[in-house]
Design a binder for this molecule. Structure first.
Ligand code: GLN
Length: 303
């Protein structure tokens, strides 16, 4: 029964060495996350209480999660969590893990919503619901309809909205893009935001093994040039957006310029926005305002 006492410090150094031997990227960081998840302590507390022994339950949890991480399962599926802006999203296999670069998409969304009272937002391809829940969390008056084709994503996003206390303002629906919406909402939406699947199909095999082996392909494959879903969103959004309302989509860095060009055929104030690592990331624009359309259609002649 005289099992050696295993302190947080022992667990941290053993786990990071073990993951390093298994050639897992950033083994120390992974070890900290896994140990935090197993003990409920923050990363700072792991160091502050480094002499604290692990309970037998914590050791079992840690052992199981280290096994999963050691074979390359993404850390966020193992811990079940991914921090995103001001909240922590829950994730599990079958649902795309929110990426840090998507935080920029929310910044663009907030900018497009400025000055709009009680906005109605549609978040397409919502996945875990990170964008929808963040907008609801950061814009108190916003109502968000979050849509995804995948039933796994729909149940994850609903759970996240519930847990984050925004379920009253985030409605999660299953379906292909706008298809679950009532046509009463034509011309009523104040913002369409989306992180659609955007990896060009031919680039898919080059994705890291942990992405390819574990994350849903449906959330990634953007067709031959990566813009299949984005193009459908550009075309369809015109019908649902109020005049002057914004559209923002996250895209592959190699596709943003082309997408902005295509967007300009339908929308105004179109632009590309870069992410924190200075890569093109978001394409955004606004639906034509009534005035602009009236001038366009009568060609400046007598009305
Ligand atoms: N940024 C994601 C990745 O490279 C792709 C996300 C997407 O297709 N929407 O893993």
């Amino acid at each position: 029964m005289a099992e050696r006492v295993w302190t947080l410090r022992d667990a941290l150094s053993w786990t990071s060495e073990y993951l390093g031997r298994k050639e897992i990227e950033q083994p120390r960081l992974s070890a900290e996350w896994l140990l935090s998840a197993a003990t409920g302590l923050s990363r700072v507390e792991l160091y502050a209480y480094h002499e604290r022994p692990l309970t037998p339950e914590e050791r079992t949890t840690l052992r199981e999660s280290v096994k999963r991480r050691a074979v390359g399962e993404p850390l966020q599926y193992v811990t079940g969590e991914m921090p995103f802006r001001h909240v922590v999203m829950h994730v599990r296999r079958g649902v795309f893990i929110p990426r840090p670069e998507t935080e920029i998409l929310v910044d663009v969304a907030l900018e497009l919503l400025q000055g709009v009272e009680d906005p109605l937002v549609v978040d397409l391809c919502t996945g875990s619901g990170a964008v929808a829940c963040s907008i609801a969390h950061e814009v108190q008056a916003a109502r968000v309809i979050a849509i995804d084709l995948s039933p796994e994503a729909v149940s994850m996003a609903s759970e996240n909205a519930e847990r984050l206390g925004v379920a009253e303002r985030v409605e999660v629906l299953e379906g292909d893009l706008f298809s679950p919406l009532s046509i009463d909402l034509h011309g009523q939406v104040d913002l369409v935001v989306a992180n659609p699947p955007y990896i060009p199909s031919s680039d898919l095999p080059d994705l890291p093994a942990d992405v390819l082996g574990y994350e849903p392909g449906l959330a990634l494959d953007g067709g031959p040039d990566g813009l299949d879903t984005a193009r459908r969103i550009m075309e369809d959004s015109c019908i649902w957006l109020a005049p002057g309302a914004g559209l923002a989509m996250e895209l592959d860095e190699s596709r943003v310029k082309d997408a902005v060009k295509e967007l300009s055929e339908w929308y105004q104030e179109c632009k590309g926005i870069r992410d924190l690592s200075d890569r093109d990331r978001v394409a955004a624009g606004r639906r034509q305002r009534i005035e602009a359309r009236a001038t366009d259609t009568n060609g400046g002649g007598p009305s």
